[in-house]
Design a protein around this ligand. Structure first.
Ligand code: IPE
Ligand code: IPE
Ligand code: MG
Ligand code: MG
Ligand code: MG
Length: 328
């Protein structure tokens, strides 16, 4: 294989390593859900970022397949628990773990998956393990903080105490972006890069993560069935998404009232609620505004990657450009 791996080659490495991951058969209700959600696939973006980042500097990404997979296991743990918290029945086009089994099974298999993620980190060289663990722990607790803020925001009154754009961006920085940052940083640390370079990649990852979560908010409503989740789920849960925060910022008092009334209305069906809110988003050009914000963060990502001055960064930047057009 060439020194610079294609995205397909890197995906192969992740798939092979994941297939080889040994999970005991007993107790079945602890391990089957882990295998189930992993086998549903997903984009495997985070381990891909670890491998791409490492491959900016070193030629043998298969050497770090285990720690790269660790990040994917952490992500899947967070999804199992997120789906309980968001009452989501569908993930990756299939029943969520708590729906296929039950909430207790989802809580414990999620916990187990988190431990498995740490177990895979045991494969990191002793020389950098303390540093990697420290960064991983910081990331993991920040994801929890972001998830709690996301839940807190569900309960915030739209009229009395609206979530601001700055608060929203900080919430998604924590729940989503820091893991993207950690993934890119991990690749650099595993490749023996100095902290300055690793930290620049972390920053780039945070920009990418912000763009990614903004797009997730957009696709939640506009992505359709192929997105693999229930369309409009964020509206049903009164999530303070970018779309909602921005609309309330721009809307007339009358339209704001319609939004508040629709979101709180227990008489109308979910689809009616979704249609009413979607109409208003359309009137205020929210999809375009969100897309502009996504582009801004993607530009920041590219600028930060370019500041590293690495002559192999094209695979990474082109891959990320492609994400701007994603539909899953
Ligand atoms: C979903 O992440 C959770 C978010 C942070 C928005 P992905 O969209 O990366 O999920 P999979 O792994 O590809 O299914
Ligand atoms: C999830 O955000 C972030 C984490 C799982 C930490 P969302 O709740 O928007 O993710 P999806 O849409 O369910 O994938
Ligand atoms: Mg959530
Ligand atoms: Mg969710
Ligand atoms: Mg979402």
């Amino acid at each position: 294989m060439s020194a610079v791996y294609s995205v397909d080659e890197l995906v192969k490495i992740i798939e092979t390593t994941q297939a080889q991951l040994k999970l005991p058969g007993h107790p079945a209700l602890l391990y089957s859900p882990m295998r189930y959600i992993l086998d549903l696939g997903g984009k495997r973006l985070r381990p891909l970022l670890v491998l791409m980042s490492y491959n900016l500097f070193n030629n043998d990404p298969e050497q770090i397949a285990m720690p790269a997979l660790s990040v994917e296991l952490f992500h899947n743990f967070s999804l199992i628990h997120d789906d309980i918290m968001d009452k989501a029945p569908v993930r990756r086009g299939k029943p969520t773990v708590h729906k296929k089994w039950d909430e207790n099974v989802a809580i414990l298999s999620g916990d187990g998956m988190l431990v498995k993620a740490y177990e895979l980190l045991e494969n990191v060289d002793d020389a950098i393990l303390p540093k990697v663990l420290k960064d991983f722990n910081k990331t993991a607790i920040e994801v929890c903080e972001g998830q709690q803020l996301d839940m807190d925001f569900e309960l915030r009154s739209l009229e009395i105490d609206p979530v601001t754009e700055a608060e929203y961006l900080e919430m998604i920085r924590l729940k989503t972006s820091v893991l993207f940052g950690f993934s890119l940083k991990l690749g650099a640390l595993l490749a023996g890069q100095e902290l300055n370079t690793a930290n620049n990649l972390y920053e780039a990852g945070v920009h990418l993560g912000l763009a990614f979560q903004l797009q997730d908010d957009l696709l939640d409503l506009y992505g359709g069935e192929k997105f693999g989740k229930v369309p409009g789920g964020d509206i049903i849960n009164a999530k303070k998404t970018y779309l909602l925060v921005k609309t309330l910022e721009l809307a007339s008092q009358q339209d704001s009232l319609i939004i508040v009334e629709s979101l709180n209305n227990k008489e109308i069906s979910s689809s009616e609620k979704i249609e009413r809110i979607k109409d208003l988003y359309g009137q205020y050009n929210i999809p375009d505004i969100t897309m502009k914000e996504i582009k801004l963060h993607l530009n920041n990502f590219e600028k930060t990657v370019q500041s590293i001055g690495n002559n192999r960064s094209k695979t990474l930047t082109e891959f990320v450009r492609g994400l701007a057009h994603r539909s899953v």
